[in-house]
Design a protein around this ligand. Structure first.
Ligand SMILES: [Zn+2]
Length: 337
């Protein structure tokens, strides 16, 4: 049996999956191994290899069954998997600067390795979950600590010239049209004011939305907590109907609505997809959130008003699954499966 592997390298853990050529997943849920990324590439690559062997035995396959390995990591990195020379949050060890992780893993495993950044991998999984291998176009926004995602056109991930294709968090949106946020200044780490990540992410809640709304709800229980702790509690409270936290999620949803409207007019996609920790919630809250996204979109022309907005399934395995799908596509083209 030939399969491709998905290897999702995060800051602390590597998550694995395998997909067979008939589209079957050989691992349900998370299959993790410690990443030890902070100890540098030599140790981390060995961790990836060791974990892959453990995952293969758990899936009941041998190393020789694995035709291609799909790797995804947090960015910034080039489209071919060269990590930024300026370093990044997840790859702080100096040996990671400018490191070609895709090539190094290929040498380590003696197998072809494909590369995606984690946002694009998640987007590819969301797309595949809805459309399978049917050619289709989708835009996925994944709301986590930051805002990642990706654009899939006719089944292919848009990686871009330098690997920044689908860097949706830093697309500016006309946020001033969102009701109830007069005077807010949504500053992003990237230097922009009013991009999607600055209004729709856990970081946005901590830096901008929570401080803004606490001035209107000064006696709110979250006012007594450290900002980082308070921000993490907003989703749970919103789900239980807390008025201030609902407002914070309404603003995030309306920001997504404005962003998706830009995507509708740029790509005329088959679907819009939203995922990430922010909406790993009850179905009822997801439905409310998607309804608010739609409410936040400017009026659509009649042909586009019915564009579906999906919630991405299996959020915590999205990266590894997307990486495995990318590897499967490569394996098919190269006649390796
Ligand atoms: Zn930004």
């Amino acid at each position: 049996m030939k399969v491709t592997a998905g290897v999702d390298l995060g800051g602390t853990a590597v998550n694995y999956t395998f997909i067979a050529t008939d589209g079957r997943w050989l691992i349900d849920g998370l299959c993790e191994h410690p990443a030890r990324a902070q100890e540098g590439p030599a140790i981390c690559l060995q961790q990836i290899a060791d974990g892959l062997a453990i995952a293969a035995s758990r899936a009941g396959i041998t190393q020789s069954d694995i035709a291609v390995v799909g790797l995804d990591t947090p960015g910034p990195a080039s489209a071919t998997g060269v990590l930024s020379a300026r370093g990044s949050t997840n790859f702080v060890h100096h040996d990671w600067a400018g490191f070609d992780i895709r090539h190094a893993l290929e040498l380590k495993l003696v197998k072809p390795v494909t590369y995606l950044n984690d946002g694009n991998a998640g987007a590819l999984w969301g797309h595949f979950a809805i459309f399978g291998t049917t050619p289709a176009t989708s835009v996925s926004a994944i709301v986590g600590t930051g805002l990642g995602g990706g654009v899939i056109v006719d089944g292919a991930v848009i990686k871009g010239r330098k690997g920044f294709g689908g860097e949706l968090g830093h697309v500016l949106i006309p946020y001033q049209s969102i009701a109830g946020i007069a005077g807010m200044s949504p500053d992003c780490n990237c230097g922009r004011v009013g991009d999607l990540e600055a209004l729709c992410s856990l970081t946005a809640i901590r830096r901008t939305l929570l401080p803004y709304f606490l001035t209107r709800y000064p006696s709110h229980e979250l006012a007594a907590l450290e900002p980082a702790q308070a921000a993490k509690r907003v989703r749970g409270l919103a789900e239980r109907g807390d008025p201030m936290c609902r407002e914070i999620f309404r603003v995030q949803a309306h920001a997504l609505g404005l962003f998706f409207d830009e995507m509708v007019n740029t790509f005329d996609p088959d679907a819009l997809i939203v995922g990430g920790g922010a909406i790993e919630t009850s179905k009822a809250f997801q439905d409310w959130f998607v309804g608010e996204i739609r409410a936040g979109m400017p009026a659509q022309r009649a042909e586009q008003a019915d564009i579906p907005i999906h919630v991405m399934p299996n959020g915590d395995t999205a990266g590894s699954r997307g990486a495995a799908i990318e590897a499967l596509g490569y394996a098919r083209k190269a006649d390796l499966v």
